[in-house]
Design a protein. Structure first.
Length: 68
């Protein structure tokens, strides 16, 4: 029983719902990857670092932000 009354019955996703969710997840993954690349390029352009150095700095910043 749920906190506020009758527990809702769990159901499986339909094939269409599953496909829609997977498509949205793929879009989000692609846009995240594009955003990451954009930020690495921005760091590289601002600092004249190599791509590898800029990526390391980007990952360091991301780790700092996710520790919170």
């Amino acid at each position: 029983m749920g906190l506020f009354g009758k527990k809702k019955e769990v159901r499986n996703l339909t094939k269409e719902e599953e496909a829609e969710i997977k498509e949205e997840m793929a879009r989000q993954m692609l846009s995240k990857n594009e955003n990451d690349i954009g930020m690495i390029k921005k760091i590289k352009d601002l600092t004249n670092m190599s791509t590898g150095q800029a990526k390391e700095l980007f990952l360091k910043f991301r780790d700092e932000l996710t520790e919170r």
